[in-house]
Design a binder for this molecule. Structure first.
Ligand SMILES: NC(=O)c1ccc[n+]([C@@H]2O[C@H](COP(=O)([O-])OP(=O)(O)OC[C@H]3O[C@@H](n4cnc5c(N)ncnc54)[C@H](O)[C@@H]3O)[C@@H](O)[C@H]2O)c1
Length: 418
């Protein structure tokens, strides 16, 4: 039964209605309270639906549909992920307008929330929940927004997983890049910064790796990225695009101000990267670190890799965006040019975390190569970019500060709760 008008509390003029003003002990109010609760739940569900499904957005044109002079509006695919979120933060800090498209399959809505809190002003940042494999959605996103450039980070990105699920990798990396390119072509977006990887080189005989080193990838991840690069190169010949392909080496670190970090899904731990494993071991989530191979022809017998700090990496993206020119393709290695052994890494990790991490040594893992490091001469020369954060210990200290404060990452991802 509804309470009588006499019993109903009305908000007084100039005052907003709040739950604290309700008398929860009055049994006559219970049905009304319940109906309010149902309505609240319904509205919350609608809000989540509208926020996460672009097809439910209202049809009024947004500020993101307005083209401004120059390159101001960047589409960041995969912006809820580790590198994409750091790139979005840097772009926003540099006054770009940013649209993030992500399906949250691997990224974190928590990272988006951090960015939204930092840049709440209308027209600065929008998040669109969408899958790049859905060409219809992607096309609609391009038709409803005026992008000046695309930074295409979105991808599944684990070498080991790619050997187990190759089709997923070709689909997610190669086919989805095609979808993005088709949408760019259809909507006249002319600038692309593409996330590629040193995995496209495979096992080169000669170190350091230059951009001229033959690309002979040895796993589906590297092959899918190389195929995507080839599609981009072919398309750019006839489409008057400004393209920058950046081949990253091993990315580590996190935002020095502690706003963002690396938070891969727990189920991906087994495929994970060395820094994640190091922090998990320090937090006691895994029993220790497994070092595979101690008899390589390197000074201490362990593998050597080139670790690039994510802050330097996103700086390379901004410089690439700035220098991208129509009708030209730039291909660049993004690394420090300096190799560090796994043993060096583990020692730095122990120091950074202060944890006495247990290390177990195993025989070599098949397919691992002894040494991989970049020659960054070309990017130094053309983009005036040099890695600044080359102190491994400092990069790990910064990342550890975030990890310690975010033991369970950014919290439950939205995709899992709806
Ligand atoms: N992390 C590294 O060491 C490294 C090294 C070389 C290259 N890369 C490349 O950098 C890019 C970013 O890597 P990361 O380490 O930030 O990975 P990440 O998993 O943290 O981020 C990838 C993001 O892409 C999103 N995504 C994946 N598939 C999608 C789809 N179909 N539609 C929409 N969104 C999708 C995920 O939800 C996630 O947010 C990738 O292209 C990767 O191949 C990374």
């Amino acid at each position: 039964m509804l309470p009588s008008n006499r019993n109903r509390q009305q908000p007084r003029a100039g005052r907003s209605w709040s739950f604290s003003e309700m008398d929860f002990s009055d049994p006559k109010r219970k049905p009304r309270f319940l109906s309010k609760l149902v309505m609240l739940a319904f509205l919350t569900a609608m809000c989540i639906l509208m926020l996460t499904h672009p097809q439910y957005h209202s049809s009024c044109p947004s500020v993101f549909a307005v083209r401004e002079p120059g390159v101001t509006h960047v589409l960041v695919t995969g912006g809820a992920g580790y590198i994409g979120s750091h790139a979005a933060l840097r772009l926003l800090t540099d006054s770009y307008r940013v649209t993030i498209v992500d399906n949250l399959s691997r990224g974190n809505i928590g990272a988006i929330k951090v960015l939204q809190k930092l840049f709440p002003q209308p027209g600065r940042l929008q998040f669109i929940y969408a899958d790049l494999g859905d060409a219809k959605s992607v096309n609609r996103i391009f038709s409803e927004n005026a992008f000046d450039a695309v930074m295409h980070f979105a991808a599944v990105a684990y070498v080991g997983e790619s050997t187990l699920e190759p089709l997923r990798y070709y689909h997610n990396i190669t086919a989805n890049t095609l979808v993005v390119l088709e949408a760019m072509a259809a909507h006249g977006v002319k600038t692309l910064i593409y996330s590629s990887t040193c995995a496209t080189y495979g096992e080169p005989e000669k170190m350091p790796i230059t951009e001229e080193t033959p690309q002979v990838p040895i796993n589906p991840y590297g092959k899918a990225k190389k195929m995507a690069e080839e599609i981009i190169l072919d398309f750019s010949k006839s489409a008057d695009l400004a393209v920058m392909i950046l081949r990253y080496f091993n990315v580590i670190g996190s935002d020095p101000e502690g706003r963002l970090g690396e938070a891969p899904r727990p189920e991906l731990r087994e495929h994970g990267r060395i820094s994640g494993a190091c922090f998990d071991a320090a937090l006691g989530i895994i029993p220790g670190l497994k070092v595979k191979g101690t008899d390589y022809e390197t000074p201490d017998g362990t593998c050597i890799r080139d670790y690039i700090d994510v802050t330097d990496l996103v700086d390379a993206h901004v410089k690439a965006l700035d220098k991208a020119q129509r009708g030209k393709v730039g291909i660049y290695n993004v690394g420090t040019g300096k190799g560090r052994s796994v043993k060096e890494f583990v020692d730095a990790c122990k120091k950074a975390t202060g944890a006495d991490i247990k290390i177990d040594y195993f025989p070599r893992r098949p397919g691992d190569y002894a040494e991989v490091y970049s020659d960054p001469t070309k990017i130094n020369r053309d983009l005036n970019w040099t890695a600044q954060r080359t102190d491994l210990l400092e990069s790990l200290r910064v990342a550890w500060r975030w990890q310690k404060l975010h033991r369970s990452g950014y919290g439950a991802p939205l995709a899992a709760t709806i």
